[in-house]
Each structure stands twice: as structure tokens, then as C-alpha cells.
Design a binder for this molecule. Structure first.
Ligand SMILES: [Zn+2]
Length: 199
């Protein structure tokens, strides 16, 4: 239907999460209308982020050097490690301004059905950090989903054996404040229903 270069852009944009084929077409036409400078700034931003951003050698958060800004920050409490699934999970926790410890990004959640086993995540690296000393508490902040809960359980059990002196905690469950129900995952929503009260 489109010239091959146009079709190529529609296809590539359509691979992005949350972008259906209609949105991909709309974005493509927007970029075709935009100036060369504006459109190529997007291409350049993608190229730069792929060239310059890697994973922190300590916590696997995104970093533009060997270590991320949080691991570089000596004011952050090294005795606290918050375990999350993806680098994107660090941002909302940082926004709360409630947490002053460090992070550990697993790179996903355990899901045997999808072939994601403990060795596919950076779990061994977490145990090594905890066993190295210093750590007092590990906060499990994996998602309140089936795989996230399974991951938290797996790590909590392993830490009880490997580092019984370390406190392991889990974020309190509940719907995110201010979010629409449609944005809540099914497990959180399920818990919210079970725990519902008369008002
Ligand atoms: Zn780091």
C-alpha cells in the first residue's frame, strides 16, 4: 500500500509497545510532515542512547559509564538493596523520595512457562552483593504479578538460607494511588477486591 521506505517506518514503529498499526501510521505521517531536522533528531536520539547507555556493573541499572548514578552516590545507603525487575522500575520508586538505598535490577521475573529460570536473571549477583557484608535489608519490589510474586518468594527463601542476618521485606500491596483500575495488574486488583471494605 505504501512505498517501501514508508512501510518500513510503519512496521518499525508498530513494534513499539502500546503502538498499534493505526498509531504507527499516524506517527509515520507526522514524521513525513516534520522538518528533516525534527525527524532526524529522533533517529539520532535513538542511535545515541543505544551507543552510550549500558548496564551498571554493580546493580544492572541503566548507566552512561561503568556505574549508575545511584551506585556512584556515596550518600545512598549501601546497607539497603531494593530489588526490581527492570531498570524502568527504578524511576517510580525514586519519584517517591522515600527510598535512600541502592538497587538491584534482575532483568525480568521468574517464569518457567516462558523459560525464564533463576540463571536467566541477575540473582546470583544479588546473593553475592548480600553475602559481601554491609547489607542489612533487602526490599523485594518485584511487580505484584504472578511472576513477580514467585520471584520475590524464590529470593526471600534463598536469602533466609544464605544470609539469615539480613532482613527481607516486601512492598505492601495495594493499588497505585491515582492510577486507573485498568492500569492495575490483575493480582493487585484481585487483592484489592478481597480486601474491600464497606464505606
Ligand atoms: Zn548501579
Amino acid at each position: 500500500m505504501y512505498a517501501p521506505p514508508v512501510q518500513r517506518l510503519v512496521t518499525e514503529l508498530g513494534k513499539l509497545p502500546g503502538i498499534g498499526s493505526r498509531t504507527a501510521q499516524r506517527l509515520t505521517f507526522h514524521l513525513l510532515r516534520a522538518s528533516d531536522e525534527e525527524a532526524l533528531a529522533l533517529a539520532e536520539a535513538i542511535r545515541e542512547v543505544k551507543a552510550k547507555i549500558g548496564l551498571c556493573e554493580v546493580c544492572s541499572n541503566l548507566a552512561d559509564g561503568p556505574r549508575c548514578r545511584i551506585c556512584e552516590d556515596t550518600r545512598r545507603d549501601a546497607g539497603l538493596i531494593c530489588v526490581v525487575e527492570e531498570p524502568g522500575d527504578v524511576i517510580p520508586i525514586e519519584r517517591t523520595h522515600e527510598y535512600r538505598g541502592r538497587y538491584h535490577v534482575l532483568g525480568g521475573a521468574l517464569s518457567p512457562i516462558d523459560g525464564v529460570d533463576p540463571e536467566d536473571l541477575r540473582i546470583t549477583e544479588l546473593y553475592a552483593r548480600v553475602e559481601a557484608g554491609e547489607v542489612r535489608e533487602v526490599v523485594l519490589a518485584t511487580n505484584p504479578t504472578t511472576t513477580g510474586e514467585a520471584t520475590a518468594l524464590h529470593i526471600a527463601e534463598a536469602l533466609r538460607e544464605r544470609a539469615p542476618q539480613v532482613t527481607v521485606t516486601r512492598l505492601a500491596s495495594g493499588l497505585p494511588v491515582g492510577a486507573d483500575l485498568e492500569y492495575a495488574d490483575e493480582v493487585t486488583l484481585g487483592k484489592a477486591f478481597v480486601g474491600r471494605r464497606a464505606v
